[in-house]
Each structure stands twice: as structure tokens, then as C-alpha cells.
Ligand binder design. Structure first.
Ligand code: PMV
Length: 354
């Protein structure tokens, strides 16, 4: 009844921004992303026991208050797992973000993908990637894409019960191994408007949102075609235009939502200058001001240098594309009785047990 998994974030090039069902986390449209390699990863251990009186959760060694509404909603997948497995046991969960930077992009996607894999395995369930993806979706929409490696599509689905809304791999990491994401940190603080609250407000108030919904199906088709053909020029242009489209509907939301700051705009200008003779780098921004600049291996050094020269960029990090979650047989964060084995992430040593 114990399992440990590691999972990595994913960075979308066609973004998910809006739900058609708030409880089941069903999106208004599909989305596409690359799953990152282990430069950024989250390790999670889950133990179930009849002896536990309640679910308990430690994040980065700190006990988390599970009475908080958003945390409780994210952990609804535990009840789904218990129902499927026919158990009532409570769970102990320990999760550690292994991010070699203080950046504010600590994505929940990696955490919830690792949790879905570990919690279902510890409960004795043998789920396929589609089923695991649907579980992760209940914790955080974008997490359903981190259950798979490579280039991944989240299919919006049309059914009311969400049984056709899951992620599928479009191409494995080996298809385009040269792809890099150079992350430029411009603000490492926590965002003021959560993506959950922000997208709800956009769907309710943005006039431009209808136009976005009309544009996305064709874009998804064209983006998949560009990635399958390894056509960086087309991929890059579509990626940058899509990022701006999402941030346009955010600005059109009432009250307006502004995640980009002046440094983000400096990154956009610098990338456009870098691309003067053809697109070799493409920025995309999630619900925050930090830039993810997609490029290829032979340009990654030049892109990193260009980003580091921008005043306001405090840190850069280069990620490749990864293979998705993996199970670990050693290095558990909880012992078999569910007690925390004291642990921490150290920049130079990695995970250390103290
Ligand atoms: O899954 P959430 O609630 O973290 O929403 C993620 C939204 C974006 O990161 C902005 C876009 C995406 O598709 O990842």
C-alpha cells in the first residue's frame, strides 16, 4: 500500500483557459503541450492505512491544511480512487518539488500527475494512461497532460461525465529531441489570481472569448501538423500568436486580468529581434509573467544568452522534452507506516534525506 512516482511539468503551446464543467474540470476546448524533462520534477509518495484517521498531506516537508477549499477540491481524486479500489483507508501523501530555482512557476501539473500515479498504484489499481490522465484532470486540468511524455493533446471531449476528456500522446519525446524550453524568470512570487479563478472569470465576462473558441480547433490541427513535420518556423509563429491570444482574452476579462509585466514584454521584443531573419525562438506565457521560450538545441545557448542580457530576467533554465512519470522503488518520502522520512531538495545535491 505504498507507491512513489516522479512527474514533470508540461508547458502548453495551445493553452487551456476555460471550463465547461467546474467540478469535473472539463475544458471548453482542447490543448497541446510538451512534457518537460527532469530538470523540473516532483516526487510524491502515497501510503494508505486503516490506522490513519484522516488524509494528511506534506508539501516540501510542511503539513498542508486540507480544510482549504481549493486544496480539498484538488484532492477529490483520492475519493475517486478509493471508490474504484473498493477501499476506505485514509492516505498519507508527501510531495517534494525538485526545482533548481526559486521561480514562481512551481506548476501544480507535475504534482498532480505524480499524485494520480502514486495514489492509484498504492491503492492496488492498475490504470492505463487514459484513466490516470482523467484522475489527474480532477486535480488540475493541465495535470492530465503531464501523465504522458513527449508532445501531448488534451482532448476536450463532449460527454457530460467527462469520460472522453483525457490526454493522448501525439508524438513521443524521441520524435523531436532537439526541442528546448529556455525559461526566463522575471518574477518568482506567487500569482495574485489563480488560474482556476481567472479562467472562470474570463468565460463569464470576456467578449473576445467567443472568437478564441472559434480559432482553437483549426489552430490545434495546424500545430499538430507543424510538430509532426518538425517545422519550427510554423510551430514558433503559432505558439507566440496563441500565447498572445490567451493573454488578450485575459485582458478582456472583467475585472481585467494581467499576468504579463514589463519584463515579459521586454522578452517578447528581444525574441522578435532575435527572429529578424526567421523564427528560431518562440515565447509562450502561462498564467504568470515568466517566459517559456521554445527553441532548438543548436540555438539554446544563444537564446539563453539573449534572455540573460535583458534587465529584469533574474534566472534562466534550459529544459528538454521528457518521457512522463516514472515509478521509483527507492527514495520514498514516507516509510511503510506512513511517517515522513525527513527530506529536502538541495540545489547541488538533489533530494537529501536528513
Ligand atoms: O490546470 P491549471 O488550473 O493549472 O490551468 C493551467 C492554465 C495554463 O497554464 C495557463 C494553460 C495550460 O494549458 O497549461
Amino acid at each position: 500500500m505504498r507507491a512513489t512516482f516522479e512527474a514533470t511539468p508540461n508547458i502548453a503551446v495551445v493553452k487551456y483557459w476555460g471550463k465547461r464543467d467546474e467540478k469535473l474540470i472539463l475544458p471548453t476546448e482542447g490543448s497541446l503541450s510538451f512534457t518537460m524533462d527532469e530538470t523540473l520534477k516532483t516526487r510524491t509518495t502515497v501510503v494508505y492505512s486503516k490506522k490513519f484517521k484522516a488524509d494528511s498531506f506534506w508539501l516540501n516537508g510542511q503539513k498542508i491544511d486540507l480544510s482549504d477549499k481549493e486544496t480539498a477540491e484538488r484532492l477529490q481524486l483520492l475519493d475517486v480512487i478509493r471508490r474504484k479500489a473498493g477501499i476506505q483507508d485514509k492516505a498519507h501523501i508527501a510531495s517534494l518539488n525538485c526545482f533548481p530555482t526559486a521561480a514562481g512557476f512551481a506548476s501544480s501539473a507535475a504534482g498532480l500527475a505524480a499524485l494520480s500515479c502514486a495514489a492509484s498504484m498504492a491503492a492496488g489499481l492498475k490504470l492505463n494512461p487514459r484513466e490516470t490522465s482523467m484522475l489527474a484532470r480532477l486535480g488540475s486540468g493541465s495535470a492530465c497532460r503531464s501523465v504522458l511524455g513527449g508532445f501531448v493533446e488534451w482532448k476536450k471531449g463532449v460527454k457530460a461525465d467527462g469520460s472522453d476528456s483525457f490526454a493522448e500522446q501525439v508524438a513521443p519525446a524521441t520524435h523531436w529531441p532537439e526541442i528546448r524550453n529556455v525559461i526566463a524568470v522575471v518574477d518568482a512570487t506567487k500569482k495574485k489570481v489563480s488560474s482556476r479563478a481567472g479562467m472562470k472569470q474570463t468565460v463569464a465576462t470576456s467578449q473576445l472569448y467567443k472568437a478564441r473558441l472559434a480559432y482553437l480547433p483549426g489552430l490545434i490541427h495546424d500545430m499538430k501538423k507543424a510538430v509532426l513535420a518538425k517545422d519550427f518556423e510554423t510551430f514558433g509563429e503559432l505558439t507566440m500568436r496563441e500565447s498572445s491570444n490567451m493573454h488578450a482574452v485575459m485582458l478582456d476579462t472583467w475585472p481585467p486580468i494581467l499576468y504579463l509585466n514589463d519584463h515579459s514584454k521586454d522578452v517578447m521584443h528581444a525574441v522578435n529581434e532575435f527572429n529578424a531573419n526567421g523564427i528560431q525562438a518562440a515565447y509562450t506565457f502561462d498564467a504568470g509573467p515568466n517566459a517559456h521560450v521554445y527553441t532548438t538545441k543548436n540555438q539554446a545557448g544563444a537564446v539563453q544568452k539573449m534572455l540573460e542580457e535583458i534587465p529584469g530576467v533574474t534566472e534562466t533554465l534550459v529544459c528538454g522534452v521528457g518521457n512522463g512519470p516514472k515509478r521509483l522503488e527507492t527514495g520514498h518520502l514516507l516509510d511503510e507506516s506512513g511517517n515522513v522520512i525527513p527530506h529536502a531538495f538541495n540545489q547541488s545535491k538533489g533530494i537529501v534525506f536528513t
